[in-house]
Write a protein that binds this ligand. Sequence first.
Ligand SMILES: *Cc1c(COP(=O)(O)O)cnc(C)c1O
Length: 382
Amino acid sequence: MRKIQMVDLQTQYQEIKEPVDAGIQEVIDSASFVKGEKVQLFQEHLAQWLGVKHVIAVGNGTDALQIALMSLGLKPGDEVITPTFTFIATAEVAGLLGFTPVVVDVDFDTFNMSADAVRRAITPKTKAIVPVHLFGQCAEMEELLSIAREHNLYVVEDACQAIGSEYTFSDGQKRQAGCMGHIGCTSFFPSKNLGCYGDGGALFTDDDALAERIRVIANHGMTIRYHHDLIGVNSRLDSIQAAVLEAKLPHLKAYTAARQSAAAYYDKAFAGNPHLLIPGRSPHSTHVFHQYTLRLVPPAGVEASVYRDNVRNELQQRGIPAMIYYPVPLHMQKAYLDPRYKQGDFPSAERLAACVLSLPMHTCLDQEQLEYITTNLLQIVK
Ligand SMILES: *Cc1c(COP(=O)(O)O)cnc(C)c1O
């Protein structure tokens, strides 16, 4: 059996070696390493793929979120609402820019931001909502967009884990993750669902004026060469990474299907087990399984995190890696401790942080590996 890894990029590379190597070689031959034609082409192809007007490639997903928030004309002290159970990036960039990150609880079943909690968190200073489509499934966008319209707020989607996830509105209209709010952001970090071989990210928008501001901000705030009308940053996708992404984009649908099929195998094996809660599904969104995340239910009298950590250790001993995404909610992170928040304020997020465990998930898991993982986990928790 091939060694089991959380993410197996070596096996995936062997399948696409030829187009990837050829694309990289083309960039080296052209010596057009920055702002080359490859980046242009990839932006166009991804925009077509997503059905969105503008794709602006940048240096990474965190930059994409930062540039998105910079483009909205917010003022210091303006409040930006984001979930407390997520990766740090959304709160980090809001804080860095002098805005106030306001965190809200998530739904225990889908791991995504609770729309009711967002409604309760709105104040006169609220200017933007930044939902995260966590683990590959869209947040409840119809409700979030309607709250945003009601209160005149911007919506910036963090779709770093959810590229290819599709959301269906009640009128039957379907939209891709990252293409519903004013701006969507994604990451091409190697382990993401569409990953390059280094750092990369992008912003999506249908708004021409915002797209123009985003392009200017990502390029030192420069409108005409050496004329800087805005304070910007330097953030760009390099051509070699664009070549890798160009080679991978035609496979994204098949990659998603492979993840979904591994998830279906896990679901079937674990459904009904009293110690393993399979990931809950939104009725409105497809799930592209950036992560397959279980919630572990401890036996009576055992603390959740102790049980979870023991199960993880036993898996490790059997050669099965498993990760905790995420062990500490944002409101409990040292850099973000805020007198407004205390332990117990966001019960679902705190419960999740103590009981989640993500299993290996990638595009090259085979039947033998899946059987080994599920059989062993079922033995451990019995
Ligand atoms: C990966 C990720 C980011 C940041 O992307 P980078 O490219 O690593 O900067 C932001 N938000 C979420 C939810 C992510 O998973």
